[in-house]
Design a protein around this ligand. Structure first.
Ligand code: HPA
Ligand code: ZN
Length: 353
């Protein structure tokens, strides 16, 4: 709760406020931050042949009909990553963009199986990413943490092997997630490996209810015992589930531009972000795969607020406050960022006369 007079903040001030207020980003696939220019640069550096003539031709292929049509191009783009320097360069480019968007804390997904299947050692992936995270903290004061995602179209056995390969670098990641093709790959397929991760003290999250049904959100909660749901926008189809999510303040890491690009909603004006907030859900705004979906986190905030006039100044504050509440940061950092957020919004209200 807060005593800010949100009604006194003119809606015209929201774009500037959204751009400049501190925020956390909790749903970002680092491989999805690879811009076409960097894909071509790394392809050249590593002697990798690409099936696209140039940057424009690659960008022109970014017209997706569903999640799978995106994933096919996303995995092809990631094939240029070979060395520790490549992983550093990719993560550093994202972290510079995030710092410019006033992201003070980022929890970053990476997909090791996409790389280890091509013969890239786990160490190369994690050490390169970790180096960029450390530098972002030193240079920008941005705390960046890694979350290892298992690819759900692969087997649970493959996930166990991946976990085993990553454990020597356990101190470099804070949790595990579940991503890739949702339909036909329900959370319960990964029950045992998530149980093992929980035993190891790792945080656990999972994509659910993006393309998959609300039942996948329930099994992510009941079987995987996740602490956050990534996407989760289809929860509104099940009122009992909405009540459960709201009562437990279970965070949803919503990605509006992604949802439109992958045809989960026909356009931003049809997005259910306002309905999620009005239902009392701990919704947050994130960019998912910004290089592919047309925008970084501030683009997601700004375009969604432009498309949904019902979103208010209180909603803007609530979304950023939710991003801190939903993060895996410690309470002292959460309180510090919340105070900065409150100060930014309080400064946008006219002085009392
Ligand atoms: N959904 C599932 N898997 C993914 C996504 C997504 O939006 N982005 C990258 N991997
Ligand atoms: Zn995602």
């Amino acid at each position: 709760m807060t005593d800010i007079d949100f009604d006194a903040i003119p809606r015209a001030r929201l774009p500037a406020l959204l751009r400049t207020c501190p925020k956390a980003e909790l749903h970002l696939h680092i491989e999805g931050s690879l811009e076409p220019e960097l894909i071509f640069k790394l392809a050249q550096r590593n002697g990798v042949a690409l099936p696209y003539a140039n940057v424009e031709a690659l960008r022109a292929a970014y017209a997706f009909s569903d999640l799978q049509s995106f994933l096919d191009i996303y995995y092809a783009g990631a094939s240029v990553l070979r060395t520790e320097q490549d992983f550093f360069d990719m993560a550093w480019a994202y972290l510079e963009r995030a710092a410019a968007d006033q992201v003070v804390h980022a929890e970053i997904f990476f997909d090791p199986q996409t790389h280890t299947e091509r013969g890239v050692p786990m160490e190369t992936v994690i050490v390169g990413l970790d180096h960029a995270c450390r530098r972002a903290h030193a240079e920008f004061g941005l705390s960046a943490k890694l979350i290892l995602c298992f690819l759900r179209h692969l087997s649970e056995e493959a996930a166990f092997q991946t976990l085993e390969q990553a454990l020597p670098y356990r101190h470099h990641f804070i949790g595990v997630g579940l991503d890739s093709s949702e339909r036909g790959n329900p959370p319960e397929k990964f029950a045992r490996v998530f149980a093992r991760c929980r035993e190891l003290g790792l945080h656990v999250v999972a994509h659910a209810g993006e393309e998959g049904p609300p039942a996948y959100i329930e099994t992510a909660l009941d079987v995987l015992k996740v602490e956050r749901i990534d996407h989760g926008v289809r929860c509104l189809e099940d009122p009992a589930l909405v009540r459960r999510l709201a009562a437990s303040r279970m965070p949803l890491t919503v990605c509006p531009l992604s949802n439109v690009k992958l045809c989960v909603f026909p356009d931003l004006s049809a997005h259910n972000l306002k309905a999620l907030l009005d239902a009392g859900l701990c919704a947050t705004v994130n960019s998912d795969d910004p290089a592919y979906f047309g925008g970084y986190v501030n683009d997601n905030y700004l375009q969604t607020f432009a498309a949904l006039p019902a979103l208010t100044a209180r909603d803007a504050w609530q979304l950023a406050a939710n991003s801190f509440e939903a993060s895996f940061a410690d309470d002292a950092h959460k309180a510090q960022w919340r105070a900065q957020l409150d100060a930014a919004f309080a400064a946008a209200t006219p002085p009392a006369s």
